[in-house]
Write a protein that binds this ligand. Sequence first.
Ligand code: LLP
Length: 445
Amino acid sequence: MTNSANQLQKPLTTKINDAGNIEIGGCDTVELAEKYNTPLYVIDEKTLRTICADYKKAFEKYPKTNIMYASKALCTSAIAAVLDEEGFGFDTVSGGEIYTVHNANVDMSKVLFNGNNKSFEELNLALDLGVGRISVDNFYELALLNTIAQSKNKIVDILLRITPGIECHTHQYIQTGHLDSKFGFDLTQIDDAIELILNEYTNLKLHGLHAHIGSQIFETSIYADEVDILCKELSRIDDKFGLKLDEINIGGGLGVKYTQGDNPPSTYEIGEIIINSLHKAIEKYNIDPPSLFLEPGRSIISTAGITLYTIGSSKQVPHGKKYVSIDGGMADNPRPSLYQAKYYAQIANKKETDELELVTIGGRFCESGDILIENAQLPKLDEGDILCVYNTGAYNYSMASNYNRVEKPAIVLVNNGQSEVIVKRETLDDLIRCDVIPDRLKKYE
Ligand code: LLP
């Protein structure tokens, strides 16, 4: 089976250059750190576009495929512009993501709005900006959306988000498709929802079903089960209501290689499984071939991203561990503390040597749990060394916070030896931009 770039542990342009430093996208990472300061997120455009090309190729045998980048993985205007150029649509989950994608001049009919508690304001914005599909999650939202649609005299194109009852073996916080889930209609509630859409909520037009089974998935067979369930429902709904739905959206979830031990399937493998199971289900349930929507997030952007940090203090606990601290941590990458996620790192400015030491990389934030990597084998570290952490493109910047009132890092896009800032580093003034001191507390004007 052909390999794909989402299976790499590092961006595909990674190499050691003549200066002995790690180079990514033709840029020396030590120079990037000097020029833009650290912590610094770096996205390699070539890896990103190669993964997009892999996805498109993997699904070309099913021409009715639409790939919608799950922008929650990393949503910035420039990233949206790149994915738009690649011909992808967008899965969005908030007014903020919709607004960002719109800011990149994306054709909003290629945008889907998803989420279990969309607000009145967010649904309004989605309708005003012409978002193509709303994936309705629950009965409350059906009523709310219909009211908003009525008030605007619009017919809104929707999918129903369903819980297919599939358990996948990933971290429990990132499983979503099992039965006891906060997301979507239970299979037993679909008919009631359809009755309402057909008889009461006449400003809603139902096109199909949407599901998502989890994230960082390595099992391929689970997608075949999901496709089977969705197609079976399409056929059952046609039999019962005479309603021909012609779209299935199977969500995202394909995993990436954070550590040496991770072996994610390739996009080609996943493509083959999904397309084969779709053909089988079309025949088995005697339905017209539906349009297939996918929503990959992590597997599109994770591998393209790295984070650079500068090494600062270190501490040898007597008879214990050696801690080495970096200038970032849980506020720019909360995944280790949230999900016990593991990352692989190298020193950007030191060739690999045989003399490795075992260190724990601690973050700079004020809590003991802020450990980025436990027991990393690295060359002896000195202050000022640059640490390069791989596979940080997804769910790092997008989940970053200002914990400890620390500015969020910049994001730089690298390609062919050029680097461009796509998100500016926050400043101290940015941190106080929304602060208000009531007059009675003001010390002076
Ligand atoms: N579609 C839906 C409806 C989703 O809920 C998600 C992710 C995706 C697509 C994209 O899944 P992906 O291809 O990225 O696996 N913050 C967690 C991941 C949460 C994923 C939530 N939903 C993490 O850092 O691991």
